[in-house]
Ligand binder design. Structure first.
Ligand code: ZN
Length: 198
């Protein structure tokens, strides 16, 4: 049904592909964009294109960055012998916001999920094991407390134990099934302080 323009229909369709954007929100955004000044629209599209083109993965920890090595890994003040394992870059951002953690990270980009057919080879696990060949004192497993996050934590702990490297898991102050990025900074700091050795 075309009662105005196919361009609006197409824009609504594309916006509706974004997570959390239902068809009503997509339509509202599309009409908003149509009414925006041309320079603002240009700015928005350029910013999206640039972000997508420039942002890549850190060669050490797989955090998102626009450099070879991300600012956390490049920081010589941080403790590079302490590695916190998180599921995704948003979790890393959540821990950075607490300002309490002074080690470095390893971003898995997912969690093991037999249900979804995601196995150890589908996340950055062998890259983690490779890093452990270097000087590492402690591995802090900060995967989510979901079924997948717990399975991943167990898997890593079993894998790392024989190396003699200390393996710890963040405390259960983190609500079960809760995504790390939605948890407040105080809770996250406590979870980190109260971590238990596995
Ligand atoms: Zn990095």
């Amino acid at each position: 049904m075309n009662y105005n323009s196919n361009y609006i229909g197409k824009l609504t369709e594309e916006l509706g592909r974004l997570p959390g954007i239902g068809s009503k929100s997509a339509a509202r955004l599309a009409y908003h964009i149509i009414n925006m000044p041309m320079d603002q629209v240009k700015n928005l599209t350029d910013t999206i294109t640039q972000a997508r083109e420039k942002v890549c993965l850190c060669s050490e920890c797989f955090n998102l960055t626009d450099r070879e090595v991300c600012p956390v890994c490049a920081d010589t003040e941080r403790d590079h012998r302490q590695i916190m394992v998180v599921e995704n870059p948003r979790d890393l951002a959540a821990y950075e916001k607490t300002g309490k953690y002074k080690g470095v990270y390893h971003v898995l980009h997912g969690a093991i999920s037999p249900m979804l057919g995601i196995g150890p080879a589908d996340i950055k696990l062998k890259e983690l094991i490779k890093r452990l060949e270097g000087d590492v004192d402690e591995l802090i497993i900060a995967t989510n407390s979901s079924l997948e996050g717990e399975a991943t934590a167990m898997y890593i702990s079993k894998l790392v134990k024989p190396t003699g490297i200390k393996v710890s898991r963040i405390a259960t102050g983190v609500p079960v099934g809760g995504d790390l990025e939605y948890i407040d900074e105080v809770t996250l700091s406590r979870a980190l302080d109260g971590r238990v050795t596995l």
